[in-house]
Design a protein around this ligand. Structure first.
Ligand code: DCP
Ligand code: MG
Ligand code: MN
Length: 340
């Protein structure tokens, strides 16, 4: 019997797991969430299994492993490699797909559509005209939007927004959230949380869209508007910003997140992330019969049978970030430690 190099003592399926993990990483790059989950489940099963799995039949007998993955496990066990992975590494259409998925506003579905239409370069996609205005800006500023923002530059963008907003109303607060608040040295974008004591969503919206955004546009700081969502309980403005005094004129992705003061604790948790940490907190809340979202922590949520509608329930806490941790029974975690 062939001895697999790289087998860890005690785990007879280590070589199989390594290759399945590479495949999962590959699906991660192309954004195929469904397959990533399937691979992760299979990997978890194999980690807990104490004998080597050689055949499709053996694999199928285990929990969380379906037909196709079982066949792949047999292929890996027998040949010590996976043909699909070898192909994935060289297949040019996959590289094109990855490039297309880097376009702001284009997900897996849109990128696949462009590939299916025969496009091989971003210029071809631009010329085809089959794209939204946001996606067009995403292509024209592809390099900028796909480069990381150094921490000091995130601070400069945050300070620019803060200064303009304080001129309009000094009672406003600007908190930079996202990966910056978690202490990252570089960020993918700039997440600005805008709030003001004793202020509801409608007043926030009036000030931000009526005064702040036009001011920042006139100053040459906000250079593109990409998406807006407007709700009674808060709104988001997604766009691009550029420091007017900078030499390089790099466009950065910026999000302005409007948060009423009575929701600021829950919003801080949500917009600080990371996304996995958020998911685990929400899950924890639900195991305690509560519901956590970016507006607050709620109890007695009603779930109507057979219907989607869930009533929000009774607000337990929305304003105080620490109190939400307390009620959930989670020891306080500073933002830098909210990485899962
Ligand atoms: N968020 C979430 N679930 C998502 C997307 C976002 O919980 N699917 C929350 C957690 C994120 C925050 O919103 O930390 C900001 O989203 P970003 O996409 O800006 O992510 P980060 O700021 O964490 O990382 P990056 O440096 O890539 O911007
Ligand atoms: Mg961010
Ligand atoms: Mn963001």
């Amino acid at each position: 019997m062939q001895k697999h190099t790289g087998d860890k003592i005690g785990n007879p399926n280590a070589a199989t797991i390594t290759i399945l993990q590479q495949m999962a990483d590959y699906y991660g790059q192309v954004g195929d969430q469904w397959r990533i989950r399937a691979y992760r489940k299979a990997i978890a099963t194999l980690r807990n299994h104490h004998t080597k799995v050689w055949t499709k039949k053996q694999a199928l007998a285990l929990p969380q492993i379906g037909e196709r993955l079982a066949a792949k496990i047999e292929e890996i066990a027998v040949t010590n490699r996976l043909l699909r992975l070898d192909n994935a590494k060289v297949e040019p259409s996959d590289q094109v797909l990855q490039t297309f998925m880097g376009v702001y506003g284009a997900g897996f579905a849109k990128a696949s559509e462009w590939v299916a239409q025969g496009h091989r370069t971003l210029d071809e996609v631009l010329a085809s005209g089959n794209l939204t205005e946001s996606q067009r800006i995403g292509i024209e500023h592809y390099e900028d939007f796909n480069s990381r923002v150094p921490r000091h530059e995130v601070e400069q963008h945050g300070a620019f927004v803060r200064q303009a907003l304080h001129k309009i109303d000094p009672a406003f607060e600007v908190i930079v959230g996202g990966s910056y608040r978690r202490g990252s040295q570089t960020s993918g974008d700039i997440d600005c949380i805008l709030t003001r004591p004793n202020t509801n969503a409608s007043h926030l919206r009036t000030v931000i869209s009526g005064q702040l955004i036009p001011t920042l546009q006139a100053q040459g700081f906000l250079v593109a508007s990409l998406a807006t969502t407007s709700r009674d309980d808060g709104s988001k403005w997604h766009g691009a910003s550029c420091l007017p005094t900078s030499q390089n004129k790099i466009w950065r992705r910026i999000d302005l997140l409007l948060v009423p003061s009575d929701q600021i604790g829950a919003a801080l948790i949500y917009f600080t992330g990371n996304d996995i940490f958020n998911r685990s907190l929400r899950l924890l809340a639900s195991t305690k019969g509560m519901r956590l979202n970016q507006r607050g922590l709620f109890r007695d949520c009603m779930r109507e049978k057979g219907r989607e509608k869930i009533s929000e329930g009774v607000l337990v806490e929305g304003e105080d970030e620490r109190k939400i941790f307390d009620v959930l029974g989670v020891p306080w975690r500073p933002p830098e430690h909210r990485i899962c």
